[in-house]
Design a protein around this ligand. Sequence first.
Ligand SMILES: C[S@@+](CC[C@H](N)C(=O)[O-])C[C@H]1O[C@@H](n2cnc3c(N)ncnc32)[C@H](O)[C@@H]1O
Length: 227
Amino acid sequence: MDENAYRETVFLSWVADGTIRLDDVPEWARHQAMQFDFLLRRGLAPTARVLDMGCGPLRLGSRLIPHLTEGWYYGQDINPRTLALGRQVLERLGVAADRCTLLCSDDFSLDGVDDHSIDVAFSNSLFSHLGAESVRRCLESVAGKLRPGGVYYSTFFAIPEDHDWRQPFPRDKWGRQFATRPDHDPFHYGVPMMEELARAAGYALAIDPDFGHPTQTMGVFRRLAHA
Ligand SMILES: C[S@@+](CC[C@H](N)C(=O)[O-])C[C@H]1O[C@@H](n2cnc3c(N)ncnc32)[C@H](O)[C@@H]1O
């Protein structure tokens, strides 16, 4: 059984409705600005090669692609219809689809991305839908594509140190109540457990408090030189 519903469910499928201006939709615009501005604050250069895992319908990509040197945005997702929607979003915004490479895989494989070529990898709200085994596989796959010293920024639901990780943890995202769990989508992790997953996959983990997501924590997975 899949660990989340996204193989079937197209994330933000309502953006397919061509009657709306994406910039006027708060959830789209707010999340897009949060992701794009964060990368700029972290020094992203237009010449960087960026890999966006679980890229969805290109909420970040549609803003980032025009900013980057042609062809240096790579987006990966499990759902081909979600990627098709992303292409539709690009078309509506007048961004040429051949300015990016979109990859569909259900095992995080990244065929077509050269080894050690990526400067910055990123994912917003992917690990929140993955169990530990998948998080590790994703980290390992990205590690092979990152240049030495490259960084993978990826959000996850962190639980406080004093919370029993086996128990649900209540969340409030802009007034919407839900709970994260250790064994069920949406998944949570203690920071020490995420550190272990990072180490096993060849990274050192730090936390960046400056992302601005209402419920998720930004992990900075720095590729270890000797890994
Ligand atoms: C909450 S959405 C976030 C999308 C995008 N990062 C954004 O912020 O707009 C999670 C995305 O992860 C994708 N996803 C879920 N499981 C995946 C997997 N095993 N491999 C690749 N993508 C996956 C989903 O299809 C969906 O597009």
